[in-house]
Design a protein around this ligand. Structure first.
Ligand code: CUA
Length: 184
């Protein structure tokens, strides 16, 4: 019965089975392979975003987002009242994460390059662009700047992938990429 100790108190002092040694060697070697793959992938995998980060006061950032939205607004999204913002190619584009939305809706042009700024007004959020795999953590007080060139036209979804409270699952946004140059 398990409630009694084994008869020999030093029951683990046994020679390691040959098969077990092999498993330890394989597991250790595989661990090393994975470790160096991780480093190699960082350098050669072309998985890293071209990004910059700055400190910024949340209020300052919100003011910049609002200024950009006012300046480049082309229409509103349906009945939602959310502005659709179409900045000129090459421009600085501001997107705000806050409880619980991504604001405003951006419209970019395919093949053009933009500096996309991301920050939060309140808590930590996670910018996740769907269906392509772009993920960036968004913190209040830090401004991330990502250089982006959309390669595909269409409608993309933005969700929040960091839990940020009761409305987390409703925190969505949208990004349009148009084929034609010029606003509507
Ligand atoms: Cu914002 Cu979850």
């Amino acid at each position: 019965m398990a409630i009694y100790p084994p008869p020999q108190r030093l029951w683990w002092r046994e020679p390691v089975e040959r098969m077990e040694i092999w498993w330890i060697v394989i597991a250790f070697a595989w661990g090393l392979v994975m470790f160096f793959t991780m480093i190699a992938w960082h350098v050669y995998g072309r998985q890293n975003l071209a990004n910059e980060a700055y400190r910024i006061q949340p209020e300052t950032y919100v003011a910049r987002v609002e200024a950009g939205a006012t300046r480049y607004k082309v229409r509103e999204e349906g009945q939602t009242g959310v502005p659709v913002v179409h900045p000129p190619p090459g421009a600085d584009v501001y997107l705000l994460g806050r409880l619980w939305q991504w604001w405003p809706i951006l419209e970019l042009e395919r093949g053009q390059t933009y500096r996309l700024h991301l920050s939060s007004a309140d808590w930590q959020h996670g910018f996740s662009l769907l269906p392509i795999n772009v993920n960036i953590q968004v913190h209040p007080g830090y401004e991330m700047v990502v250089t982006v060139t959309p390669t595909e036209a269409g409608e993309f979804g933005i969700v929040c992938n960091e839990f940020c409270g009761i409305g987390h699952h409703t925190m969505t946004g949208k990004l349009y990429v148009t084929d034609k140059t010029g606003g509507r």
